[in-house]
Design a protein around this ligand. Structure first.
Ligand SMILES: C[S@@+](CC[C@H](N)C(=O)[O-])C[C@H]1O[C@@H](n2cnc3c(N)ncnc32)[C@H](O)[C@@H]1O
Ligand code: SF4
Length: 385
């Protein structure tokens, strides 16, 4: 395995607009009926990049991720201008990974070629389902056919592409999910993200769920769906490397690995989070979420920061644990001890190992097992006590 503790620096850029709001989604995404002033946003992104680079100069950028919202609504020129601004302030690695999230509704071959020319080299598509009824239920504006056409466009334009599916949907069983997943794997390249449907507070799905109009699979059915997912993907050569992410070995999303391995990243754009190492301290940053308020803040103050907290030693160690245990590679126990100033409690590890939820691999790493992943939150809570 590559050295997971070698420093890496990534940049997350948030585009906060969508054509419509999906009823399950609580991402920072907004619908605007008037045209978006992309030139104004571009200037603000460049200003925030400059302000961040002044705080963390001299970094080698190994990954950039355009997330949303729907970044595939951005003009390729906007993406290019943001990448140019990043290149003016930091050095970019020769093998940089530049990912852009795309919604099948806004995928066109010309636009994708424009992103590639601008410097994007990986796309992640929000397919969500290959079943038209399920897509309708999820409030999506595309059919399964349109989603597969978008996958084909992505495949032609980029060497590296991934797509997202949501499972554990209302009424779903392993008998209906297995063929859908196999069909998806036949279309997949090197990477797939498979998200268990989460009922997020204050969404239309939360209201339907609490009134009993939307019934999701119970714990046993969800466990069955999870096991089916792991089994089918592993057989297809795309094992899980994170609780919701599957890849051919070596084709993992390097940007997301930066989060899960607790490395350093800058958050640019409305509602973006960052983790910056300044004078030996880790800063947790967040920017103003509302797009227009973020613009005004950047235009008047030079950055959109609303949070800039120095993490306490234990907070940093807890975050390392919480993020790192999502990965099948697990965490380096020595790195945990160095961050926390004390090792994890051997009695807690032994108790969880006795239940088969974790393994200490004897080479200094603690990993969550296949039995432990479905109860990951409880495992982390026990260890962090
Ligand atoms: C920012 S969106 C992706 C790109 C684009 N906006 C789209 O929807 O096509 C990130 C992904 O999060 C997943 N997601 C969002 N809300 C979710 C929820 N409540 N439960 C499970 N997955 C969710 C979806 O799979 C979605 O593709
Ligand atoms: S799932 Fe994607 S398209 Fe739908 S509202 Fe969320 S960010 Fe926008």
């Amino acid at each position: 395995m590559a050295n997971t503790d070698a420093p890496a620096f990534g940049i997350y850029v948030h585009w906060p607009f969508c054509l419509s709001k999906c009823p399950y989604c609580d991402f920072n995404s907004h619908v605007r009926h008037a045209a978006i002033d992309e030139a104004r946003f571009t200037r603000a992104f460049a200003a925030e990049i400059a302000a961040t680079a002044a705080r963390v100069p001299g970094r080698l950028v190994s990954t950039i991720f355009f997330g949303g919202g729907t970044p595939s609504l951005m003009a390729p020129e906007t993406v290019g201008a943001i990448l140019d601004a990043i290149g003016r302030h930091w050095t970019t690695a020769s093998d940089i990974e530049v990912t852009l999230e795309a919604n099948p509704t806004s995928v066109e071959a010309t636009r994708f070629r424009g992103y590639r020319t601008a410097g994007v080299n990986r796309v992640s598509l929000g397919v969500q389902s290959l079943d038209d009824g399920a897509l309708q239920q999820l409030g999506r504006r595309h059919s399964a056919r349109e989603a597969l056409d978008a996958v084909a466009i992505a495949r032609n334009a980029f060497d590296r592409y991934s797509f997202d599916l949501i499972y554990a949907r209302p009424g779903q069983t392993s008998a209906t999910w297995a063929p859908e997943l196999k069909r998806a794997l036949a279309e997949a390249g090197e990477h797939l993200s498979l998200y268990h449907l989460t009922i997020e507070p204050d969404t239309p799905f939360a209201a339907l769920h609490s009134s009993g109009k939307l019934v999701v699979p119970d714990d046993d059915a969800a466990r069955d769906l999870y096991d089916t997912t792991q089994d089918i993907c592993a057989r297809a050569g795309l094992p899980a490397y994170e609780i919701s992410n599957h890849a051919r070995p070596g084709a993992e999303c390097r940007h997301n690995l930066i989060y899960w391995r607790s490395h350093e990243y800058a958050g640019i754009g409305p509602g973006a989070h960052g983790r910056l190492d300044i004078e030996g301290q880790r800063h947790a940053t967040a920017t103003e979420k509302r797009p227009e308020a973020w613009l005004i803040r950047v235009e008047s103050l030079g950055n959109g920061l609303v949070t800039d907290d120095v993490l306490l030693r234990q907070e940093r160690a807890d975050e390392f644990l919480l993020m790192g245990l999502r990965l099948t590679e697990g965490i380096d126990l020595t790195r945990y001890a160095a961050l926390a100033g004390k090792p994890l409690d051997p009695k807690q590890i032994a108790a969880l190992a006795a239940h088969g939820f974790v393994v200490n691999d004897g080479a200094g790493r603690l990993r969550v097992t296949a039995a432990g992943f479905p109860v990951l939150d409880a495992v982390v809570a026990d260890l962090a006590m």
